[in-house]
Design a protein around this ligand. Structure first.
Ligand code: SF4
Ligand code: SF4
Length: 153
């Protein structure tokens, strides 16, 4: 069994689809930017860590440090402005590709709860994903459920 304890937060790979551009219709939602969830950078996939304000965290797997976008005291990303992302054209990979629908569908309930407790995701993001699951195609839903089986059964 492969559970969260064996998946370092910097490598929540189901959150990073092959496409670099998410197809989620956010419709003005900014929960990802406001929820304090782990906004991990992925330098191994092209994120230029030095170009962002970051927080450094220890990788629980004992490897290299991991980098997160810095947040304000209220947990909001430092780049979130009144009208949305202030660095939209250079936002990092996670922001370009995160799909809350797949994040919700792939994770079993207990693991969603654990991620919320660990501060690596938020209930609001899962709720946003759940409310948008119906916009996934049948093939995308099947792919998510296959991944759930692969990672969590
Ligand atoms: S929670 Fe979903 S809908 Fe909201 S900003 Fe994030 S990806 Fe977009
Ligand atoms: S960089 Fe922009 S899109 Fe990414 S979390 Fe911050 S405000 Fe949101």
């Amino acid at each position: 069994m492969r559970g969260l304890a064996q998946v370092p937060p910097g490598h929540l790979h189901w959150s990073l689809p092959p496409s670099e551009q998410t197809e989620v219709s956010c419709g003005g939602c900014t929960e990802c930017c406001r929820s304090g969830q782990g906004l991990f950078l992925h330098p191994e996939q092209g994120d230029d860590v030095e170009s962002y304000q970051v927080q450094v965290a220890a990788d629980p797997a004992g490897g290299s440090p991991v980098f997160l976008l810095a947040t304000k005291e209220n947990g909001h990303c430092v780049y979130l402005g009144a009208s949305g992302c202030t660095i939209y054209h250079r936002r990092p990979l996670l922001c370009r590709s995160f799909d809350c629908r797949k994040h919700y569908l792939i994770l079993p309930r207990q693991d969603r709860d654990n991620l919320v407790k660990l501060g690596l995701s938020s209930r609001a993001v899962f709720n946003a994903g759940r409310s948008r699951v119906k916009t996934l195609s049948a093939a995308e839903k099947k792919d998510c459920l296959d991944k759930r089986e692969e990672f969590f059964s």
